[in-house]
Ligand binder design. Structure first.
Ligand code: UTP
Length: 276
């Protein structure tokens, strides 16, 4: 039902320097698959096959990854290595890809607003590829959010319980529970100090947004860190309409941090070994 998925991928990935000096953090691999490919697979599994990416300088590798590599493909054609490209070929066949650049890093909200040209006036998914999610029972987190959108037709964010001493890294919500694990948001704070946090329910990098978010983003002032925060815009949307938060089923790895990246690598390496 929702066809488009936006990938804000313009950030510098400074926590991974020097690895990210010349390489986007979104193409860093977990075992043998770049983070961005996991994200696109999750979008497609939710029926979103129009992929839109907000990139920036030094991010060409993202576009190249979803394009044909003639020399390489000619080289391995007919060998047993060919099937290593089967998954990415399927994505290239089933999805369309469009790109735009965020010229200045003015925050996630600004990156999403930059994607308006690619998204248009339709509801859309947002995936932050550095939050790698392994949905429970093979159901991706975006597919879980899409089900909720279908029922309620409003913006939905994925949330996770985090330890109280880690709330400062996230947008944190408060709300009333309307179904098991589903909250109607009444308050939201970006990167709160532990004593200011309204709960320990943290927003992770998966959203479904209705297109009125673009007008709201345009009128949202810069927030924490002088950046245009999607959390602030969502709070306005929640006041005017309704925004839901869903405690997704599955596991998330914060691959923008070293610990999360290593944990994800171990998780998927073990899965690969188990399936051999
Ligand atoms: P992060 O702050 O986690 O990513 O932004 P970063 O800036 O790349 O990483 P560090 O902190 O320097 O290591 C969360 C997501 O939002 C995107 C990033 O690409 C990342 O996927 N983002 C953030 C943008 O696209 N534009 C922005 O202006 C800010």
């Amino acid at each position: 039902m929702i066809k488009k998925c936006l990938f804000p991928a313009a950030g510098y990935g400074t926590r991974f320097l020097p690895a990210t000096k010349a390489m986007p953090k979104e193409v860093m691999p977990i075992v043998d698959k770049p983070l961005i490919q996991f994200g696109v697979e999750e979008a497609l599994a939710a029926g979103m096959h129009e992929i839109a990416m907000v990139t920036g300088r030094g991010k060409r590798a993202l576009e190249d990854h979803f394009d044909v590599s003639y020399e390489l493909e000619h080289q391995i054609s007919g060998t047993d290595k060919e099937n290593r490209l089967a998954d990415i070929r399927r994505l290239m066949e089933e999805c369309t890809f469009s790109y735009t650049r965020q010229k200045e890093m003015l925050g996630l909200g600004h990156a999403i607003l930059t994607g308006e040209l690619l998204v248009g006036a339709e509801p859309f998914g947002v995936i932050l590829a550095d939050d790698l999610c392994d949905g429970a029972n093979g159901e991706g987190v975006m597919a879980q959010l899409a089900k909720i959108y279908k029922k309620y037709r409003c913006s939905v964010v994925a949330i996770e319980e985090v330890p109280q001493n880690e709330v400062y890294k996230y947008g944190v919500i408060a709300g009333s529970q309307i179904e098991d694990g589903l909250y109607m948001i009444s308050d939201m704070v970006e990167k709160p100090a532990p004593e200011e946090a309204p709960s320990n329910l943290a927003i992770i990098g998966r959203y479904i947004l209705t297109p009125d978010i673009f007008d709201i983003l345009r009128e949202t002032p810069a927030g924490k860190g002088g950046e245009l925060q999607i959390t602030d815009a969502l709070m306005l949307q929640a006041k005017r309409n309704m925004v839901l938060a869903y405690k997704f089923k599955g596991e998330r790895f914060d691959c923008g941090s070293m610990e999360g990246f290593v944990a994800a690598t171990n998780h998927y390496y073990q899965r690969m070994k188990d399936s051999e």
